[in-house]
Write a protein that binds this ligand. Sequence first.
Ligand SMILES: C[S@@+](CC[C@H](N)C(=O)[O-])C[C@H]1O[C@@H](n2cnc3c(N)ncnc32)[C@H](O)[C@@H]1O
Length: 320
Amino acid sequence: MRPSQDLVPTSAKQPSSGLMSRLRHLGLKPGAISLFFERLLKKQSTRTLIKMGRTGISKSRTGISKATELTGQELSTRAKQTARSIKHHSKPENLNKDYRKLLHLTQEMAYDRAIEKLFFVPAKGFVSLDDLTIDSPNRSFGHNYHPIHRLSFNWAMAQIPDPLVGFTFVDYGAGRGRALLLAALHPFRKIIGVEFASELHDDANMNIAQFPRSLMKCRDVDCLLLDAVDFPIPDTKGIFLFNDSFDREVLETVLARITSSYRANPRRMYLVFVRPLNATVLDNLMERTVIFEPIYHSQSEKMRMQILSPDQVQIFRTLI
Ligand SMILES: C[S@@+](CC[C@H](N)C(=O)[O-])C[C@H]1O[C@@H](n2cnc3c(N)ncnc32)[C@H](O)[C@@H]1O
C-alpha cells in the first residue's frame, strides 16, 4: 500500500536520484522505496522526539528543583515569622494589649461616629505635641492628643450619683473639644476646657461654635488657651476630667490648687481620670490630698467597662 504523500517528510518524498537508481538496480520498486524512507524518517523523528522530550524533562527538573529551593526558603522564613508572631501575641500581656487595640478601633469606628459627625473639625485621631505651638514650661510633661471615647465619657457620667445640674464641668487638656461637647449634652451649669496647644484650642472653639445648639443642654461652653497649672478653680460644685492629660509633675500642682479651693469653700467635687497614671501613683497622690475618696463601682459596671472599653476610668469625690 502506498503511504499518503502528506505524511512523508519532504526529504523522504525526494530521495536523491543516484540513490534511487541504485536501489532500483537492487530490484526495489519506487513504492517500496518511499515506504522504506518514510519508516526510516519516522524512526528518526521518533528518536528526535524522545531525545527532545528527555531534554525537556531534565530541564524542567532543574527548574522545578530551583523553584522548590527558592519557595522552600521563602516558606520557611514566613513560617518562622508566623510562629514568632503567634508566640508574641499569645502572651497574656500582649493578648490584653491586642484586645484593647481592637476595642479602641471598634469604639472609634462604631460608637464615636455619632458625635464625630457633628464636629466642624474632626476630633478623632492622634496629634503629637511636637507638631504644635505650645508656650508653656510644662510642654514636656504634656501627653499627646487623642480624644476621649464616647462610651468612656458616658460611663463616667453615669457613675456620678448626683444630678449634674449646678455642676461646672472642667476638661483639663481639652484638645479639639470632644469631651466638652459630650458634656454639653448634659445639663451642666458651665463647661470649661483648658488647653495649652494653640492649634487644638482653635479647633475646639471652632467645634463649639458650629455645634448644633438644639442638642446642647448646656450652651455655656468655652475653651481657654491656658496651662492647666494656671487655671483658676471655679467656686462651684465641679466635675474635673483628666483624660490622659499630663504627667505627675503637673497633676500634683493642679491637685494642690483644687484642694486649696475646696478648703476655702468645701463642696462636692468629682475628679474623673480616664487612662490614669499608674494606679498606685494616682492612689498615693489622691490619698495625700486628704479630701478625696474613690468611688466604687458595682461588679457588673466594672465588667461592662472591661469588656467594652479600651480605657480604664477612676473616679474620686470630695468627702462632702
Ligand atoms: C489625651 S488629650 C485629651 C483631649 C480631650 N480631653 C479629650 O478627652 O478629648 C490630652 C490633652 O492635654 C493637653 N495638655 C497636656 N498638658 C497640658 C497642660 N499642662 N495644660 C493644658 N493642656 C495640656 C494636650 O495638649 C492634649 O490636647
